[in-house]
Design a protein around this ligand. Structure first.
Ligand code: NDP
Ligand code: 8X3
Length: 254
């Protein structure tokens, strides 16, 4: 039985990915900061699937907490075959000149440094076993920069650079490194980005059918079920009504 660690499983993509991996028979390490949600998901997964689940409540921005949670895992969970770096966020949707330093720190510390902290702890075991797969959840924001998104886009451009760098350095150890770069997807992402303003969050998807978390779980399943000799480097997926970060075709009042 294979083991997967998925960060950010209390909501959105991470939650759906964890459920999908459970269906595929993976033992799971699920993580996030909201322990009530983690415990609820753990119960659900254990009830619905014949797998082992360990929940780890920590903030990926805190390297000491990452180390404490991930360094001395019990035997059953300490051979991680699949790492999905999903925990992340955008904070704020204002032009640079009106945006907050605290939001920059949160995005860079979570999306970039948090991903590095977790990956640094998991890679040595993969190297030792000469196998493993890392999937980083990036974004279309890692490919195109859009107005009022400079720091979020910078963080996802960094994720893409790290993904490519890891692929170069880990090739000799037989470790696959992939990324997924979705466009607009409706999760709690937009509520978090707009600091809890649900009306503003909803307006982001007005007149179009956004991606959903299941679409990302489908993408993960596709990537991990390719033959051993195939590496999917990146999948960029959008809603049909979103051509790129600038051009969407919205059908209003229909
Ligand atoms: P959600 O807000 O629904 O989920 C985000 C998850 O990340 C939560 O489980 C949250 O858990 C976790 N998380 C956030 N900060 C931290 C932290 N400091 N420490 C630990 N866990 C953290 O958003 P999505 O599911 O949409 O986002 C998942 C990923 O997908 C992110 O990296 C995002 O940038 C990316 N993405 C999202 C898109 C979208 O349009 N929705 C499109 C492209 C990429 P908790 O709060 O419990 O800690
Ligand atoms: C989230 C998608 O388009 O808001 O990464 O940047 S977008």
């Amino acid at each position: 039985m294979k083991t997967a660690l998925v960060t950010g499983t209390t909501s959105g993509f991470g939650r759906s990915i964890a459920i999908r991996l459970a269906k595929l028979g993976y033992n799971l390490l699920i993580t996030g900061r909201r322990n009530d949600r983690l415990e609820e998901l753990k119960k659900q997964l254990q009830a619905d699937y014949s797998i082992q689940v360990m929940s780890l409540c920590f903030d990926v921005r805190d390297n000491e907490a990452c180390t404490k949670a991930l360094q001395n895992l019990p035997e059953l969970f300490n051979k991680i075959d699949l790492l999905i770096n999903n925990a992340g966020l955008a904070a704020g949707s204002s032009p640079f000149q009106e945006s907050e330093l605290a939001d920059y720190d949160q995005m860079i510390d979570t999306n970039v440094k948090g991903l590095l902290y977790v990956t640094k702890l998991i890679v040595p075991g993969m190297i030792q076993r000469k196998s493993g797969h890392i999937i980083n959840i990036s974004s279309i924001a890692g490919i195109e920069v859009y107005p009022s998104g400079s720091v979020y886009c910078a963080s996802k451009h960094a994720v893409n650079a790290i993904t490519k760098g890891l692929r170069l350095d880990l090739i000799k150890h037989g470790i696959k490194v992939s990324s997924i770069s979705p466009g607009m997807a409706e999760t709690e992402f937009s509520i978090v980005r707009n600091h809890g303003d649900e009306e503003k969050a909803k307006a982001v998807y007005a007149g179009l059918v956004p991606l959903n978390a299941e679409d990302i779980a489908d993408t993960v399943e596709f990537i991990i079920t390719r033959p051993n000799h195939v590496s999917i480097n990146d999948i960029q997926l959008n809603p049909v009504q979103q051509a790129n970060t600038y051009v969407s075709f919205r059908k209003m009042n229909e």
